[in-house]
Write a protein that binds this ligand. Structure first.
Ligand code: SAH
Length: 283
């Protein structure tokens, strides 16, 4: 039924969990909406914001259902928030929703209006709890092979490891997916020392938050599940006092103890690209 009113579909990422980490726009979007749809664990995390709203909880495997139901209700003229933790565009519902809209022949300007509202994704939330592991190039890889064939995931792990990206692993392990993380560790160990720092962050900014800093050789010894994000350092990443820090490359330019510029660099001028690896700084 469509009585002619335009509806709105708000695709909302509400951050890692704690309400202090929701953006003001995401908070306003949830407050503005008549209907809130999401995976039941996500709904629980924002339960206190949902009073007086119609709430539709879905199971983990009902992704396409969630998207098409959200679109249908919005088309009737309602404001619907489809919610996810972190950023809804990162391993979230934004993709399936646009696929669903496209199949229906929807285009921007049609009913409903669609807005994607970004959120703090797990990798930045988790990184913040262990210092500064993402200060240089990084790759995010989901180890879930439910929707992606394992050989593709393995190829990406191999490429990221070989190219010395810091690697953030989403969906690292579950009770059923219990060998993929070990395989990933083996691949990365071909390119990086056993002592490479790793951060293992569970439930960042949630009640059961747990932060561990370990090393690549011992990665498999820790309890890692579906609420964990793993961050594996690159070959320059250092750890100290429970922190993981990836240098921006300044160690190539300055003597970190004396703060003197190294050969080939002029004090006060912007850094020149070093011939070997790092390309200097734009800041
Ligand atoms: N859209 C989400 C990611 C969904 S995929 C985002 O942008 O963050 C689900 C995976 O995200 C989990 O398996 C875990 O690896 C990671 N994750 C989500 N929330 C987390 C949190 N609070 N702490 C640690 N990892 C988290």
């Amino acid at each position: 039924m469509n009585n002619g009113a335009r509806g709105r579909l708000l695709l909302v990422g509400f951050g890692p969990g704690d309400h202090d980490q929701i953006t003001p726009r995401a908070l306003a979007a949830i407050r503005q909406s008549d209907v809130v749809i999401g995976y039941s664990t996500y709904i629980k995390l924002i339960a206190d914001l949902l009073e007086g709203k119609q709430v539709i909880r879905k199971g983990m495997t009902e992704e396409l259902d969630r998207a098409s139901e959200a679109v249908e209700i919005a088309r009737e003229g309602k404001t619907v928030a489809l919610v996810s933790s972190g950023d809804i565009g990162i391993y979230g519902m934004a993709g399936p929703t646009f696929e669903c809209l496209r199949e229906m022949g929807w285009k921007p300007g049609d009913n409903p209006d669609v807005e994607v509202i970004p959120g703090i994704t797990a990798l930045s939330a988790c990184a913040s709890l262990i210092g500064a592991p993402l200060t240089h190039d990084f790759a995010a890889i989901s180890l879930s092979d439910l929707l992606t064939p394992w050989d593709i995931i393995e190829r990406r792990v191999e490429a990221a490891a070989a190219a010395d990206f810091v690697i953030a692993l989403y969906n690292p392990q579950s009770k059923r997916r219990n060998w993929q993380l070990k395989r990933t560790q083996e691949i990365v160990l071909k390119y990086r020392p056993a002592t490479t720092p790793v951060g293992i962050v569970k439930s960042a900014y949630r009640k059961l938050q747990n932060v561990v800093v370990s090393d690549l050789a011992r990665l498999h010894e820790h309890e890692i599940g579906m609420l964990t994000t793993v961050i594996i350092g690159n070959t320059s990443t250092q750890s100290f006092e429970g922190l993981v820090v990836t240098p921006r490359g300044y160690a190539n330019k300055y003597d970190l103890e004396t703060h003197e510029t190294l050969e080939g660099q002029t004090p006060g001028l912007s850094l020149r690209p070093s011939p070997a690896a790092d390309g200097g700084s734009d800041e």
